[in-house]
Design a protein around this ligand. Structure first.
Ligand SMILES: [Fe+2]
Length: 153
């Protein structure tokens, strides 16, 4: 089994503990949607798409488990570190990249490292493109426009 598949199996089991069916469906759609977008963006930028995809699968897990988005990026990075330490799927450097991306992913208005930016952009792609009839959040507008330009959309 690939390590992405193994991580997804773990995440699926965690998400399946959510009692609210709509929230559960939304969580799965978002994590897998961001994971796909992260793969595409990382591949386009010559970065490790597997690490990007794994970061995406974990990026909002804390919020889904706790039911709160308060400081979910920073707390989510801690949770991701615990999970990755337990699952032993990544080396130290890969764990750092994933946890850094999750830690910074809510800071959409600033620019961080290349892998951090992949996760932010993948999150924005899913927020904006999951339903194009919905208005785009102000803090995501500029980033979405840059992405449309980068991908020729
Ligand atoms: Fe997200």
């Amino acid at each position: 089994m690939s390590r992405l598949k193994e991580l997804r199996k773990y995440v699926d089991a965690e998400i399946n503990k959510m009692e609210d069916v709509d929230k559960r469906t939304g969580a799965i759609a978002h994590l897998y949607g961001v994971s796909l977008a992260a793969t595409m963006i990382a591949k386009k930028r010559g970065l490790d798409h597997e690490i990007a995809s794994m970061a995406a699968m974990l990026h909002d897990l804390y919020a889904y488990k706790s039911g709160s988005y308060d400081d979910h990026a920073h707390l989510g990075a801690e949770l991701a570190r615990e999970i990755l330490t337990e699952l032993k799927l990544t080396d130290e450097n890969e764990t750092e990249q994933i946890c850094s991306a999750i830690y910074h992913h809510d800071d959409k208005l600033v620019t961080d490292g290349p892998m951090d930016e992949v996760l932010k952009d993948a999150d924005v792609i899913h927020h904006c493109m999951n339903d194009l009839s919905k208005p785009i959040k102000e803090k995501e507008q500029a980033r979405f426009e840059r992405l449309c330009e980068e991908f020729g959309m």
